[in-house]
Design a protein. Structure first.
Length: 320
């Protein structure tokens, strides 16, 4: 099951909205977490086991991390060690994805969200999760599984105490979701078909026109894929009284490479910018990067992460 499947649109989503509205407000966070687990299980049972197991392990490790820091407040090594564990777990999941591709569903967004939380926690911009259900909803909510957005603690978690369902929110969210669904079904799928047809041609058969058409179709496929799923994510979040930032904003209208990268995935770029800017002085202290420009570093790191986001979720045909 995917966000654009018939079973999701006409069965899973209506039932999830109905249950969300019926349960007490105090139980709505737990309800959304359980709905997310069911979604992952129906999409791929391996993905569900990986995400649930990883979230439980990370929550326990975060609890031990806070206990450790109570007696070692000046020891900052714990945060990067936790980040290394998160990245290593993601790489192992990706390796497993070579044999079971759909098992990586949601893993990149989960890892990026967790790394952002670790950074905010180390900078005093986030609080410790007192409830596992809050942590699970923050990292594994099904609406942002395909391409995000990568949410930050201070903007997303405070909304958990105000999950009020209304017909207005549901209708607005439905409109946003349908717009994203139309982009996926009517535009992206058609462009992807054109790209696959062109990519299957022998190199010697390419003309000037077909070569440029291949490049154009690949660029448009990337744009509409991210745009479609980000619109669906924002619409779904609105249905459940949550607000998330916009992901993509006309990257091909950018006037520079850095601006183009920032527009492809704005929340992810903001996170990388925050981390790199906060670490800029340390980076400049290294002789190799003494004269490095922070924006250039941001562009490099953001580009790598955005490309990774695309690679781990896009159809295999678009990797060429």
């Amino acid at each position: 099951m995917t966000l654009d499947s018939i079973s999701f649109v006409f069965l899973f989503l209506p039932l999830a909205i109905l249950v969300f509205r019926v349960v007490p407000v105090s139980q709505r966070v737990t309800t959304l977490v359980v709905c997310s687990w069911i979604f992952y299980a129906l999409a791929d049972f391996s993905a569900a086991l990986i995400l649930v197991g990883n979230s439980v392990l990370d929550f326990l490790l975060l609890s031990f991390l806070q206990i450790y820091l109570l007696g070692h407040a000046r020891d900052r090594r714990a945060y990067p060690l936790f980040a290394v564990k998160a990245v290593a777990a993601f790489l192992l999941i990706y390796l497993y994805g070579h044999w079971h591709p759909t098992a990586v569903l949601g893993s990149f967004v989960y890892t990026a969200t967790l790394l952002g939380y670790l950074w905010d926690l180390s900078q005093g911009k986030a609080a410790v999760f007192g409830s596992y259900w809050d942590f699970a909803l923050f990292t594994t909510f099904f609406a942002k599984a395909p391409v995000g957005p990568v949410v930050r603690y201070e903007r997303f978690v405070p909304q958990f105490s105000e999950l009020r369902s209304s017909a207005t929110q549901i209708s607005r969210g439905a409109v946003q979701f349908v717009i994203g669904l139309a982009k996926k079904v009517l535009i992206f799928d058609r462009i992807l078909g054109l790209y696959q047809e062109l990519a299957a041609m022998e190199v010697e058969n390419y003309t000037l026109f077909s070569g440029w058409l291949l490049v154009f179709s690949a660029a448009m496929a990337i744009f509409f894929f991210i745009s479609a799923y980000s619109d669906m994510a924002r619409g779904l979040c609105s249905m459940f009284s949550l607000t998330v930032p916009r992901v993509i904003y006309y990257p091909f209208q950018a006037k520079s490479f850095v601006e183009c990268v920032s527009r492809i995935n704005m929340p992810l770029y903001d996170l990388v910018l925050d981390v790199v800017s906060g670490s800029a002085e340390r980076v400049r202290a290294i002789a190799r990067y003494k004269d490095a420009d922070t924006k250039e570093l941001v562009a490099i790191f953001s580009g790598v992460m955005v490309v990774a986001l695309w690679m781990f979720r896009c159809p295999a045909a678009l990797l060429w």
